[in-house]
Design a protein around this ligand. Structure first.
Ligand SMILES: Nc1ncnc2c1ncn2[C@@H]1O[C@H](COP(=O)(O)OP(=O)(O)O)[C@@H](O)[C@H]1O
Ligand SMILES: [Mg+2]
Length: 355
């Protein structure tokens, strides 16, 4: 079903993206692949569908929640391993035996968990080495996915990135897939000379917004598939509001087909969701300034001098060019606005008006 709100995993539920899928599948033999694209443009769907259709074995780590400590990080990693062994019944016991040789690993049924205490925990390097050893033994490549990679920052980011660099260099039977929505942050992980992963080559696959006509086609097919009649006018309205962001279009299709709302109500709900995401972005920053800046940009103020003047008026003091520069740069790094200081997602623009 095109309007299933969960990430797609089957080819027949995935709208188009033929080119992206082809490129992704072809890259699965490379040491590292980066899947990048704005939030809700179908990265996770592309990855899972691509992996399922090509029939490779994969371990998937969802890092969205982020990790401030070893406890957080190891819990995320345990979850990925558990899900892998649950899914992969064929060689499960064999794999569990390999894992159980490492220190700090407990196995209960298919449930895998790792100790995070400093004395006991297995190193991430050891875990990835074990995956590679196993892949070599069964003579198959294993793909390891780190989704929303940029969410792991700070000290835990370094721990993770160092382990990946090691795996890249030594584990010939492992393909690493990194994915993320905040392009500037991802590129700094891969291209910054100070980063552990610096200098490693990778293939990049980008997801994109649908064009206007694709978006109309997507909604039309989605509604036809479930026999719900929606007027052409309403579909055009929806695309004008939601742009070609497939996640928002899916959200609209899903709610609309359950008669939970029309365009206006869906836009309201989507905006509330986006607002929550923005609030958590603001929580780790000098938020009043960012808030003001986002509001100004959302009102269409784009020009430097004007932004500066408005911020100074609000804060009742002089603000240096540097401050303005840094805020804009940070918003771009997180893919909230583009090079022209325009919002990448119209729903984020709306949410910013409400901050
Ligand atoms: N090609 C596609 N066809 C149909 N629905 C899609 C497609 N790509 C994404 N979606 C839907 O859009 C939403 C966001 O997709 P997801 O893969 O989670 O995006 P991302 O990982 O980029 O945030 C989900 O509801 C998903 O079902
Ligand atoms: Mg995703």
């Amino acid at each position: 079903m095109l309007f299933d709100p969960r990430p797609k995993v089957r080819r027949e539920d995935l709208y188009d993206f033929n080119e992206e899928l082809k490129k992704f599948t072809k890259a699965l033999d490379e040491p590292m692949v980066l899947v990048s694209g704005l939030r809700r443009t179908g990265k996770t769907s592309l990855i899972l569908t691509g992996l399922n259709t090509s029939g490779v074995s994969y371990i998937y780590f969802d890092l969205r929640e982020g990790a401030r400590s070893y406890a957080d990080l190891y819990k995320l990693i345990s979850r990925g391993f558990t899900e892998f062994t649950r899914r992969w019944s064929g060689l499960r016991d064999h794999f569990l035996r390999v894992l159980s040789r490492l220190r700090g690993v407990s196995i209960a049924g298919v449930e895998v968990s790792f100790s995070w205490s400093s004395r006991e925990r297995p190193l991430l390097i050891e875990l990835l080495d074990a995956v590679n050893d196993f892949a070599e033994r069964i003579n198959r490549r294993i793909v390891v996915v780190f989704d929303e990679m940029q969410s792991i920052r700070g000290a835990m980011g370094t721990v993770l990135q160092s382990a990946l660099a090691h795996s890249y260099d030594f584990n010939k039977s492992v393909t690493l897939i990194l994915a993320g929505s905040e392009m500037g942050v991802l590129y700094s992980i891969l291209q910054n000379p100070g980063s552990p992963l610096y200098g490693r080559a990778y293939v990049e696959v980008r997801t994109r917004k649908l064009s206007y006509s694709e978006a109309i086609d997507f909604l039309t097919k989605g509604f036809a598939e479930i026999n719900v009649h929606v007027s052409r006018n309403e579909i055009e309205d929806a695309v004008r509001e939601l742009d070609g962001i497939i996640g928002w279009l899916t959200y609209y299709g899903y709610l609309r087909s359950r008669s939970i709302g029309g365009v206006e109500q869906v836009v309201r709900e989507a905006t509330a969701l986006a607002k929550k995401e923005l609030e958590s972005f603001l929580a780790t920053r000098v938020s009043s300034r960012y808030r003001a800046m986002l509001k100004l940009l959302a009102q269409g103020v784009k020009e430097w001098g004007e932004l500066k003047k408005e911020l100074e008026r609000l804060e009742k003091k002089e603000i240096s060019d540097r401050v303005i520069h840094d805020i804009l740069k940070e918003l771009r790094r997180h893919s909230i606005v583009n090079e022209n200081n325009e919002f990448t997602d119209p729903i984020y623009r709306r949410a910013s008006l409400e901050l």
